[in-house]
Design a protein around this ligand. Structure first.
Ligand code: HSE
Length: 290
């Protein structure tokens, strides 16, 4: 009987002004081992995962079944063992990793032979935006646009940067974090956001990390509203920038905060961040696929 094992990386979406479009893959993983079985079975290897359903309503399984069906084939039931280093509902792409794992299972057990593009497209269709599922599939820095079943993206490696995640000890539901955003934005905010996003990508390509960091902290679409939900936002940013970091932004929908700094400064920045209580502060490498 066929068995497969693989891992799917965590992600940090948005990077400030890249709302619903930009994301990074991180060296933390969802681990899957699966074998064909008489019926669906899930075993969670980590205790914090045990709040998740262990039947066909589990997002991994639901995605696998739905993906197989979309391609006109039947998903065989599997015995799945799941372990994870990605905290749930904290803004590090745990749902996206589950979706990508489900797509991967359908691909492998049904012989779909999906391309990377098709996997990102299917994941975006399920999530509604590509900024978490995209980097989970491609690794590296991902920039994409998905609308009405059309997808455009590119991914590349971003070397020389260190990422420090500050993970508060509470959760924020993505729906709630989207609920605080306005329905409409002033024209000037839209114009500014467009210019900021364009300049940010050019700064990344040019490895002009100081400008990149300044621009990352100029988001107009979500950070001004979501920061109110995260009490560590001000203290973490102040500590990080004071120690020479390039930027601190909300990771995904939060509450995790992502600080970006030069590798040479990471010890000093991490030390400064440790003065902010009730958070776990951790250096995490960017994940590259190759
Ligand atoms: N771009 C998404 C958001 C990421 O900020 O809501 C979390 O799904």
């Amino acid at each position: 009987m066929a068995t497969h094992q693989f891992k799917v990386p965590a992600t940090s979406a948005n990077l400030g002004p890249g709302f619903d479009s930009v994301g990074l893959a991180l060296e933390k993983f969802l681990y899957i081992e699966a074998a064909e079985s008489e019926r669906w079975e899930v075993r969670f290897r980590d205790d914090f995962l045990k709040v998740l359903p262990d039947d066909e309503t589990n997002l991994v399984i639901e995605t696998a079944i739905g993906t197989a069906r979309k391609y006109g084939v039947e998903m065989p039931p599997l015995r799945i063992s799941m372990g994870s280093e990605i905290p749930l509902t904290h803004g590090m792409g745990s749902s996206a990793s589950a979706i990508v794992a489900g797509i991967e299972l359908a691909d492998r057990f049904c012989g779909l032979n999906l391309s990377e593009f098709e996997k990102v497209l299917r994941g975006s269709e399920i999530e509604g935006h590509p900024d978490n599922v995209g980097p989970s599939v491609t690794g590296g820095l991902f920039v994409g646009y998905y609308k009405d079943d059309e997808l455009f993206y590119n991914a590349l490696d971003l070397d020389g940067l260190e990422i420090i995640m500050s993970v508060p000890d509470y959760e924020i539901d993505t729906k709630a974090a989207r609920g605080v955003l306005p329905e409409m934005y002033p024209k000037q905010d839209a114009v500014d956001q467009n210019a900021i996003g364009n300049a940010l990508l050019m700064a990344m390509f040019a490895k002009d990390f100081r400008s990149m960091g300044r621009l990352m902290m100029e988001d107009r679409l979500h950070e001004p509203y979501r920061r109110e939900l995260i009490r560590e936002y001000g203290p973490v940013r102040q500590a990080a920038l004071g120690a020479g970091a390039y930027a601190t932004v909300i990771s995904g929908a939060g509450p995790t905060l992502m600080t970006v700094c030069d590798r040479a400064d990471s010890e000093r920045v991490l030390e400064a961040l440790r003065s902010v209580p009730d958070c776990i502060h951790e250096c995490i490498r960017l994940y590259k696929k190759i």
